[in-house]
Design a protein around this ligand. Structure first.
Ligand SMILES: *[C@@H]1O[C@H](CO)[C@@H](O)[C@H](O)[C@H]1NC(C)=O
Ligand SMILES: *[C@@H]1O[C@H](CO)[C@@H](O)[C@H](O)[C@H]1NC(C)=O
Length: 483
């Protein structure tokens, strides 16, 4: 693709981003009858220990928001009364001290927000943020942990409550990790089943921010293992960054990057503001769903979903999992009116997660002074990111054509299974299809994860690994030649 066309596309994207700004807050009511009974939950929580696993699955300054989300989540758990020995944090830890960070040593998750980085335990950082360690920590298997992390694991028992929060890029059936392989949905759900079978918790809540995050639990998470999960998006759509350049409110002017993700800041700002003894998981789900859907318009937002033991757990209070900040004891406000007069609560959503890196590279390009080496370098990086994307897209299109014919290819690769069915029947097949592709074509990386459904459909259609390897090598050689 000609570079001028790529730049034009980037400009159109940014014009779209900048045009978003209307205020469409709806007033809504939180009825007293819906609030969980505080005393009942006090009892439930008194039985066990609260544990939290918080993980940001990305790295790179342009992914600032995921680690900012996770640091903020730590502050919530900490203020809620959880002990550091019970909070396990995974983050690459390349943001606070990045040369790109305009506030060295500090991370913020809101335009006017204070530092959320201070005090965050560095349990697993850098290459230790990987699938093996995440699952070992979740399962409480200390001997399976590798690398130089703190070795903290969720050593929980049958009376305990576990909260897991994951913020990252994803794709159908997978979540990203900064190192090694992706986390596949089947492996995550199998780990939850295993922990349940081992008596590892009384109840477990999983909050998940990622593109297509519904696909991680849809058709896979049983309703009888005391796990309640909510996801930022359904199985077919991206989730959204927020407080992005061009957004209203946007980040402080010196930031070229999004400060948070929409679903994530929605649950965290709600948790920050209330007495969590008086708010149920269901109430938070409704609040977060409203904000993340851009108030039911879904214009620049996504469908927050819930999975698992909704019936058994949604009425539990947030307090059972997150504790509560004593400073909010007087704010059990049951009626919350986000009126039009509240100017600080304007629309958040502006950039879907998958395009947030383009916004960053575009900002760098736009800001650099004309005719400088910085300008040329920023232009080169922007074009490189865009041409990588178009290479991945073209190679997948070609692979579909080679396997199923140019008419049928797009239909087979893009087919979406009915709700309630998992993405793939054979998850091992999905893994080796992805590996066969990456061997010949290079990493899918964070943008390419969007094609996971196509790989799953190739498996579902019964294509073998050898056939896949052969067409991947042909397709990617052809795409490389056309560059
Ligand atoms: C813990 O991990 C080790 C090493 O991977 C494994 O051999 C062992 O079976 C695991 N223990 C449990 C209880 O799953
Ligand atoms: C109390 O709750 C209301 C309603 O949700 C919220 O707008 C307000 O910011 C909260 N107050 C504090 C001090 O957090």
């Amino acid at each position: 693709m000609a570079s001028s066309r790529l730049l034009l596309f980037a400009m159109q994207l940014l014009v779209l981003v900048a045009a978003v700004g209307g205020t469409r807050w709806q007033d809504f009511l939180r009825l007293p009858s819906e609030s969980a009974s505080a005393s009942e939950d006090d009892d439930a929580a008194a039985v066990g220990t609260r544990w939290a696993v918080l993980i940001a699955g990305s790295n790179g300054y342009y992914n600032y928001r995921h680690q900012a989300d996770v640091c903020h989540a730590y502050q919530i758990m900490k203020k809620g009364g959880l002990k550091d020995e019970n909070i396990i944090v995974f983050m690459y830890d390349d943001i606070a001290d990045s040369p790109d960070n305009p506030r060295p040593g500090v991370i913020i998750n809101h335009p006017d927000g204070g530092d959320v980085y201070a005090g965050v335990p560095k349990d697993y950082t850098g290459k230790d943020v990987n699938v093996n360690n995440f699952l070992a920590v979740l399962l409480g298997n200390k001997s399976a942990v590798t690398g130089g992390g703190s070795g903290k694991v969720v050593a929980s028992g049958p009376g305990d409550h576990v909260f897991v929060y994951y913020s990252d890029h994803g794709g159908p059936g997978v979540l990203g990790m900064p190192s090694d392989d992706y986390l596949y949905a089947k492996d995550l759900v199998d780990a939850l089943k295993k922990k349940h079978a081992a008596g590892g918790y009384r109840s477990l809540v999983f909050y998940l921010e990622a593109c297509e995050s519904g696909s991680i639990f849809q058709g896979l998470l049983p309703s009888d293992i005391s796990v309640y999960a909510t996801t930022a998006a359904n199985a077919e759509e991206s989730s959204w960054g927020t407080y992005c350049p061009g957004d209203d409110p946007g980040p402080p002017p010196e930031f070229d990057t999004c400060l948070g993700d929409l679903y994530s800041v929605a649950w965290m700002e709600d948790s920050d503001a209330h007495d969590r003894r008086a708010e149920s998981l269901r109430q938070q789900y409704e609040t977060v769903k409203d904000r993340t859907s851009a108030h039911g318009t879904y214009s620049l937002g996504s469908h927050v979903m819930e999975y698992g033991d909704v019936q058994g757990l949604a009425a539990q209070s947030l307090y059972t999992f997150m504790g509560t900040d004593p400073a909010n004891d007087d704010n059990a406000t049951v009626i919350s009116l986000f009126g039009r007069g509240q100017q600080q609560r304007r629309r958040g959503p502006a950039v879907n997660q998958r395009d947030a890196d383009l916004v960053y590279f575009w900002q760098r390009y736009r800001r650099a002074a004309e005719g400088t080496p910085e300008k040329a370098e920023a232009r080169r990086r922007l074009l490189q990111v865009m041409s990588r994307r178009s290479r991945v897209d073209s190679s997948m299109e070609l692979i579909g054509g080679l396997l199923f014919g140019s008419e049928e290819g797009p239909r087979v690769l893009g087919a979406v299974r009915p709700a309630g069915q998992p993405l793939a029947d054979d998850w091992d097949c999905l893994k080796y299809m992805v590996r066969a592709y990456e061997r010949h074509c290079g990493p899918l990386a964070q943008y390419g994860m969007k094609h996971m459904r196509a790989f799953a459909n190739i498996c579902n259609a019964g294509v073998g690994e050898d056939a896949m390897a052969k067409v991947a090598s042909q397709a990617c050689a052809a795409v490389a030649r056309s560059d």
